[in-house]
Design a binder for this molecule. Structure first.
Ligand code: RIB
Ligand code: CA
Length: 321
């Protein structure tokens, strides 16, 4: 029985890679791909999601959810390395959605269609997930699991000293999701920072004669270039793709039940995730299963292996990207 997945993404090059691996995993059924603003605006996230699905053209076409702005708007206009996460470098063609369905409605519909069986993989801000929880009082009891790429337990933030980007973009939504009764897994920066990829990763990608290799050699080259120009770094992380591996290969991770919450008001700490790690914790709701460590080398190899399988399944390029 294929595993039922909803992918919630703010594409984003890292999101695009996670999407590709999800679409071409034969043991997964991607029911829907729902866009959320974050790395790029809500409108661009929706357009990029459509363009990527049209480009990959999977056998089973998932439903598409259209992103809408968070209630407080996006606090940053894209990532600090904004152009590193915009897909403009690929110039993928896209047709306008005839009848755009809001992401949160698509999420609720698909969870209701398969009670207790759907895993939501949230790779961007949690706006859509919070809205789904607020839209349907039974949602938290019906969803199988929500896996979240974001937050930080013992390491610093990546968009501010205190906050990780996805949580920072919509901390009020993140707090709603953290407080929900839905089964939740968090893949924080503590784990995803451990996967550090150098330029050699480009040579491990599938050949550029194929769709997958052509796209990701272009996108990841741009990501390396922008991280070097804007951050002075020769390496990149793939936080979303590592989070996806926590769903595909949980045996490569160590998880701990923790009680966590989100700062929604602090001037310096807005979007920080806070966990009760005291010797005698007073917070006892253990609302999150948190990935506290990972075999990063094995995850790296698994990503390369799965990319090759995706390339075989996606086939060759009809026209150059
Ligand atoms: O902090 C990493 C997260 O921020 C990733 O999801 C990346 O795509 C950006 O959204
Ligand atoms: Ca993302």
């Amino acid at each position: 029985m294929a595993r039922k997945i909803i992918l919630d993404i703010d594409p984003g090059i890292d999101d695009a890679l996670a999407l590709c691996l999800s679409l071409f995993d034969p043991s997964w059924e991607v029911l829907a791909v729902t866009a959320v603003g974050g790395n790029v605006s809500s409108a661009v996230a929706t357009r990029n999601t459509q363009a990527l699905l049209a480009y990959f053209d999977p056998e089973r076409s998932p439903r598409i959810g259209a992103a809408s702005e968070p209630d407080r708007g996006l606090p940053v206009k894209g990532r600090f390395a904004d152009s590193a996460d915009d897909l403009r470098v690929a110039a993928l063609p896209v047709a306008e959605l005839r009848t755009p369905h809001p992401s949160e409605k698509v999420i609720v519909d698909e969870v209701r269609s398969a009670p207790h069986a759907v895993t939501i993989v949230a790779l961007g801000p949690l706006t859509n997930i919070a809205r789904a929880i607020q839209r349907d009082p039974e949602f938290s009891a019906l969803v199988g699991r929500i896996v979240i790429a974001g937050g930080a337990v013992q390491v610093g933030g990546n968009i501010t000293p205190a906050a990780e980007f996805n949580i920072y973009c919509d901390p009020v939504a993140a707090r709603v999701v953290f407080a929900s009764a839905a089964p939740k897994t968090l893949i924080p920066l503590d784990a995803s920072n451990k996967l550090v990829l150098g330029l050699g990763f480009l040579s491990e990608l599938p050949e550029e004669t194929g769709k997958v290799g052509a796209l990701f050699r272009k996108l990841l080259s741009a990501k390396f270039r922008n991280y070097r120009l804007e951050l002075g770094r020769e390496t990149i992380h793939l936080h979303d793709t590592l989070a996806l591996m926590a769903v595909a290969c949980p045996e490569l991770f160590r998880f701990v039940e923790m009680s966590g919450d989100v700062e929604t008001a602090g001037e310096l700490t807005m979007g920080a995730t806070v966990f009760d790690r005291r010797a005698a914790p007073a917070w006892r709701h253990n609302n999150l299963e948190v990935a506290v460590s990972v075999d990063a080398g094995a995850v790296h190899q698994e990503i390369v292996r799965r990319l090759r399988l995706a390339a075989d399944a996606a086939g060759d390029l009809a026209t150059p990207v």
